[in-house]
Design a protein around this ligand. Structure first.
Ligand code: BGC
Length: 768
């Protein structure tokens, strides 16, 4: 991008450990006539909001967004043709610290720089074909104002008495403002227009309940754990400061449970101007993860009502594309919790959690959730953007860091770094988009090479996060589970080498595909040699170990039946419960299904006791939780050091609900649903289930319902696509399609019966 502008900032604002006020910046200029076309290019190191003549430019929140600012800075372009007038015009800007110089990466303030900077360029075309440019430079002015500070972890403070009425309008006297300091743009970092959907206000929620927990301390319950901000409307009284605190959960006494925010203060302060009546305020450069909002500092003897607090939901404006519904209300609640987990954590990067002093792009979490994410929303552009961040973060030697954007350096973990291969592959499969493979091909190869160079005998080191947060560990600090980490690492090495082979195949590189497939086979052999013992089991006798071996096809055929029996035994020993953490859990239901035990997958999914998906729902969850027992009515809260109530990782089960319960399954041979499977496996006592997905070709759907002794199946296939319908049971003569049996068109599909259909909405009746 060609910039004629300079970075500008308010001098004298270098931050130390304390935050500094958010600068206000302005530039007045005169136009003889309004341009026929005007385009503004805008970015900041930090966060910005910009106005022209008092009118807000665009509706992007948390702009310009987050990338590794050392390498790449996102920018926005806005058409502002109608914003300009003959005579005096004014550009007005507010800046915040954001990811750039606020707290980030758990403990750091000023990770990328120590004060916000702004960059702006307005190009104006006039009738006579002349182009005029207005760019940020030394003639701009800046000052401190009512925005006392803003921080993503800690919150925002605003003193309305310090407002600067008319500051972003013409004929305002800015003689007391300072001249800005400037810095040339230079070659690095790269400034690039952001191409994914920006963060916007997506919806607003009103409180369902208001409670005065202590005199003067009012708690508003929004009924849904969400991410965004609270807009308040309070009776104004000059100099009175309202404190706004947040929580995802309440303590037993009704007060806010905030321990799990750890050091994030997540508190806003608003000081009233008192110019009369109610005052409305909403912060602009922070976000919180919360269900409950507490107001304190209100005048005595007031009786708040629901208009005093509005929950403002923020996330990247990704299009909702999928729905999963069924006859079991608990599963529908689970689906809702998964969707809210995604909303809350798709804020510029896929984050682990949105509320504590973390909110980072943990690669492992993103990888396991990616398939489910691409059912619920159109995440194609979002993941394209994040994969660019991943490439920026990958080290010279191919190592993919733990979080992206990276702030931790050299650490590495299997199942985390593997996101570099898994995410592009899943996105390709689900959207049919080859460019995500082309763009990441080198990065995948480098990751495979890194693992190879780093693994004597192709067995990975005992390193990384293990089966993170596996339940039932002897002590709470044992977060990594009891599956050997070298086993997990070697399994993932084989798995991603296999993906690399497929990627090379799709990209038309047969030699490389063969080489990668050989490597994958060698790693599988190394896995068996290292971890399959003479007693006919794996050296880690855990659910997760067997799941990895089976799901990733690591064992020779002859050991597969024994491995599966061990998995069944371990589930049985756990009283029909899962014993898996972040790594094992996503593989459970699909693997049981693949080996013919979808009945057991249903059983695990429908368990209401700990640990299982419905346990949290029985404890009142409205989002996915980090731990299987983040909270229970009987025992209260889990260890607050790691206790997010909005963590999508275990939401990876959503994929199985779409693909197997409802039966809507993409075909890796025909990515992007040009051909797909309608292959439901009714069970779990459900009467019906249905999934629908908006694809580039149109809507695809799979549904089924029992009508007495008949199973009615539905398949929706858009123009230009086809589907293979796989029937869960029934001899061909029991299947009716358009009133006829299907003998002529049906074929055997494994143990099941299938047929192919073209576009249309098809109904099948299967007599049981
Ligand atoms: C995050 C996880 C992440 C993990 C890695 C945690 O702090 O919240 O979701 O994957 O660290 O161990």
């Amino acid at each position: 991008m060609n910039w004629k502008a300079d970075w500008i900032h308010l001098p004298g604002q270098e931050r130390d450990e304390a935050p500094a006020p958010g600068p206000y910046v302005r530039k007045a200029f005169v136009l003889e006539s309004p341009p026929t076309k005007a385009t503004a290019r805008v970015t900041a190191l930090g966060l910005y909001e910009v106005w022209i003549n008092g009118r807000r430019v665009g509706d992007v929140q948390m702009a310009p967004g987050w990338t590794d600012y050392r390498t790449r800075v996102p920018a926005q372009e806005y058409d502002v043709t109608g914003f300009l007038v003959p005579g005096e015009n004014v550009i007005g800007v507010k800046l915040g610290d954001g990811w750039y110089c606020g707290k980030m990466f758990v403990y750091d303030r000023r990770f990328y720089g120590d004060h916000p900077e702004f960059l702006f360029q307005l190009s104006m075309e006039t009738a006579g074909d002349t182009e005029q440019l207005l760019a940020s430079d030394a003639t701009w002015k800046a000052t401190e104002g009512p925005l006392l500070y803003s921080d993503i972890y800690d919150g925002e403070a605003y003193d309305a008495r310090k407002e600067l009425p008319g500051w972003n309008l013409p004929s305002f006297d800015d003689s007391a403002w300072k001249a800005v300091a400037t810095r040339p743009v230079g070659k690095k970092p790269l400034i690039e227009l952001a191409e994914h959907e920006p963060v916007r206000v997506i919806e607003e929620r009103s409180p369902l309940d208001i409670d005065e927990v202590e005199p003067g301390r009012w708690i508003f319950d929004l009924g849904q754990n969400m991410v965004g901000r609270a807009r308040i409307m309070v009776p104004g009284e000059e100099g009175r400061t309202i404190t706004i605190r947040f929580a995802e959960m309440l303590n037993r006494d009704g007060t806010l449970y905030t321990e799990n925010y750890r050091s994030a203060k997540s508190t806003d302060h608003y000081t009233c101007h008192g110019r009369g009546g109610f005052e409305q305020w909403e912060p602009v450069f922070t976000f919180h993860g919360f269900r409950y909002v507490e107001l304190s500092g209100l005048p005595r003897d007031v009786q708040p009502d629901e208009s005093w607090v509005t929950g403002v939901v923020l996330h990247n404006d990704i299009e909702p594309t999928g729905s999963f519904t069924c006859s079991n209300p608990l599963l529908n609640q689970l689906q809702s919790n998964i969707v809210w987990g995604q909303k809350g954590n798709f804020l510029e990067v896929p984050t682990d959690c949105p509320q504590r002093n973390e909110r980072l792009g943990w690669t492992g979490d993103a990888q396991v959730f990616c398939p489910t994410a691409s059912f619920n929303f159109d995440v194609l552009a979002f993941f394209h953007k994040w994969m660019k961040d991943v490439r920026d973060a990958q080290k010279e030697n191919g190592l993919v860091p733990l979080v992206v954007p990276d702030g931790f350096g050299e650490g590495e973990s299997p199942a985390w770094g593997d996101a570099v291969a898994i995410v592009p592959w899943e996105v390709y499969l689900r959207y049919g988009d080859m460019t995500i493979l082309e763009d990441n091909h080198d990065a995948i190869r480098k990751w495979i090479a890194f693992q190879k160079n780093d693994s004597p005998d192709l067995v990975r080191a005992d390193r990384g996060f293990g089966d993170w947060l596996q339940p039932y560990q002897e002590n709470e600090d044992q977060l990594r589970g009891d599956t050997e980490r070298s086993l997990i690492g070697t399994a993932y090495f084989a798995f991603t080498a296999g993906i690399a082979a497929r990627v090379a195949g799709v990209l038309g590189k047969p030699r490389e595909a063969a080489e990668m497939e050989r490597l994958a086979a060698d790693v599988r052999k190394a896995f068996t040699d290292a971890f399959w013992t003479n007693d006919g089991r794996l050296s880690s006798d855990t659910q997760t170990a067997y799941l990895l071996a089976l799901a990733f096809d690591l064992l020779p055929e002859k050991h597969v039946p024994a491995a599966f029996q061990h998995l069944l035994r371990l589930i049985n020993e756990a009283d029909g419960h899962l014993r898996t953490g972040f790594v094992g859990t996503p593989l459970l239901a699909p693997t049981l299904t693949r080996f013919g035990r979808e009945d057991l997958a249903y059983e695990l999914l429908l368990k209401e006791t700990y640990p299982g998906w419905l346990y949290s729902i029985r404890q009142g969850a409205t989002t996915m939780w980090e731990r299987w027992n983040s909270y229970s009515h009987s025992d209260g809260f889990g260890n607050a050091e790691m206790n997010s109530f909005n963590h999508y990782a275990y939401g990876a089960i959503g994929q199985w609900m779409y693909e197997t319960v409802a039966g809507l399954e993409p075909d890796p041979e025909h990515p992007g649903y040009t051909h797909f499977f309608v292959s439901p496996q009714p069970g779990g006592g459900l009467d019906w289930a249905r999934a629908e997905l908006a694809t580039a070709r149109g809507t695809v759907a799979s549904g089924w319902r029992f009508e007495e002794a008949t199973l009615v199946m539905e398949a929706v296939v858009p123009e230009g696509a086809s589907a293979t319908v796989v029937f869960p049971f029934g001899e061909t003569e029991a299947i009716l399609w358009q009133g006829r049996t299907v003998e002529n068109v049906a074929f055997k599909y494994g143990e099941r019966t299938a047929l192919k259909t073209g576009p249309g909405s098809h109904t099948f009746m299967i007599k049981m």
